[in-house]
Ligand binder design. Structure first.
Ligand code: NAP
Length: 298
C-alpha cells in the first residue's frame, strides 16, 4: 500500500491513476497539486484526492510516491519546485508521452538524477482531458512503459511497477530513447498527420460543405485531432528529433505517392496500397491476439 501518493496535475491521467488506486484500496492518502484551485477543488469534490496543496514542495513532503502528470513543457519547473520537499526515499515517476525530454528536464532541475526517479508512460488515454474525464479503469488491459535509468534504484522501479500493475495495466520496460522512436512512429506522427489533414482542409473554400459530405473514413482518420493542443504541442517539441526523423520518411513516401498519382502509375500505386493493406491486416490480427490475452490498445 502507498501511504501518501502525491499527484501533480490532477487531470485525465493523474485523476484516473488516483481513482484506480483508491478503488483497489492500494493507497492511504492522495495529495493533489496543480496550478488551478478550481481544478483541485473539483478533484476533491469528486473524491479523486483527499487534500491538496498549491505549493509543489509542500505537496510532495512526506509522500512515498510522487507522480507528475502535467503536460511535458511543465515538467522542468515542477521538478525544480519539488527539490526542497522530496524525501530521498520517495519514488518519483511521471506519465509524459515522450521520455527523453523528461529525463533532460529532471537533469536540469535536480543536477544529478535522483535515484527514486523512474520515468513512465501509460499507453492509454483519450481525446478528452481534465479531472472530470478521469475514470478508474482507464489503464485496465493497457501497457505502461517504464524507462528506468542507470541511476534508478531497483526498489523504486519495483514500487512504480507494482503501482501500475494494481491499476490493471501490463508493465513493460524500455530504454527511454527507444521509447521515443517507437512512440514517434505509432502515436506522435499520426497525431501530426490528423491535425494537418483537418487544418489543410478547413483552409479550403468549400470546407464547410465538404465536412457535411464526409463519411466514416474521414471520421476514423481525424478522431485523434480532437486531442488537447497543449499536450500535443509539448509532445512534438519534446520529442522533436524522433518526430522529425519519422516525418522525413513520411514526406518522402508522400512524394513518391504523389508522383505515382501524377504519372497515372497504377502499378506503383497497387504496390504501395497492397503492402499497406497487408500490414494493416497483420496489425489487426496482432491486436486481436492481444485482446484475447487481455491486453488492450491505446
Ligand atoms: P490533462 O487532463 O489536461 O491534465 C493535466 C493536468 O495538469 C491538469 O490538471 C492541469 O491543471 C495540470 N497542469 C497543466 N499545466 C500545468 C502547469 N504548468 N503546472 C501545474 N499543473 C499544470 O492532461 P492529461 O491528458 O492527463 O495529460 C497529462 C500528461 O499525461 C501529459 O504529459 C501527457 O503527455 C501524458 N499522457 C496523456 C495521455 C492522453 O491520452 N491524454 C496518454 C498518456 C500520457 P489545470 O489546467 O486545470 O491548471
Amino acid at each position: 500500500v502507498i501511504e501518501r501518493l502525491c499527484i501533480i496535475g490532477v487531470g485525465l491521467i493523474g485523476g484516473s491513476l488516483a481513482r484506480a488506486l483508491k478503488d483497489q484500496h492500494a493507497v492511504a492518502q492522495v495529495v493533489g497539486c496543480g496550478r488551478t484551485v478550481a481544478t483541485l477543488e473539483r478533484a476533491l469534490a469528486l473524491g479523486v484526492i483527499d487534500r491538496y496543496a498549491l505549493d509543489v514542495a509542500e505537496a510532495v513532503t512526506d509522500a512515498d510516491m510522487v507522480v507528475v502528470a502535467v503536460p511535458l513543457g511543465a515538467m522542468e519547473p515542477i521538478f525544480r519546485q519539488m527539490r526542497g520537499g522530496l524525501a530521498p526515499s520517495a519514488a518519483l515517476t511521471d506519465v509524459g508521452s515522450a521520455k527523453t525530454s523528461v529525463v533532460e528536464a529532471a537533469r536540469q532541475a535536480f543536477g544529478a538524477l535522483p535515484s527514486g526517479l523512474v520515468p513512465g508512460h501509460p499507453i492509454a488515454g483519450a481525446e478528452t482531458s481534465g479531472v472530470e474525464a478521469s475514470v478508474p479503469d482507464l489503464f485496465v488491459g493497457h501497457r505502461v512503459v517504464l524507462t528506468p535509468l542507470p541511476e534508478s534504484d531497483a526498489v523504486a522501479v519495483e514500487r512504480v511497477r507494482r503501482m501500475w500493475q494494481t491499476t490493471g495495466a501490463q508493465v513493460a520496460e524500455m530504454d527511454y530513447q527507444h521509447h521515443d522512436e517507437v512512440l514517434a512512429a505509432t502515436s506522435h506522427v499520426p497525431h501530426v498527420l490528423a491535425y494537418n489533414l483537418l487544418d489543410t482542409l478547413c483552409a479550403l473554400d468549400a470546407s464547410h460543405e465538404m465536412l457535411r459530405y464526409s463519411a466514416g473514413s474521414f471520421r476514423d482518420f481525424t478522431r485523434i485531432a480532437a486531442s488537447d493542443p497543449t499536450m500535443w504541442r509539448d509532445i512534438c517539441i519534446g520529442n522533436r528529433a524522433a518526430v522529425m526523423a519519422v516525418l522525413r520518411r513520411y514526406t518522402e513516401g508522400l512524394e513518391r505517392l504523389s508522383e505515382a498519382i501524377a504519372d497515372g502509375d497504377g502499378e506503383h500505386l497497387m504496390q504501395i496500397f497492397g503492402r499497406a493493406k497487408r500490414t494493416r491486416e497483420h496489425y489487426e490480427r496482432m491486436m486481436q491476439d492481444q485482446t484475447e490475452q487481455g491486453l488492450g490498445s491505446e
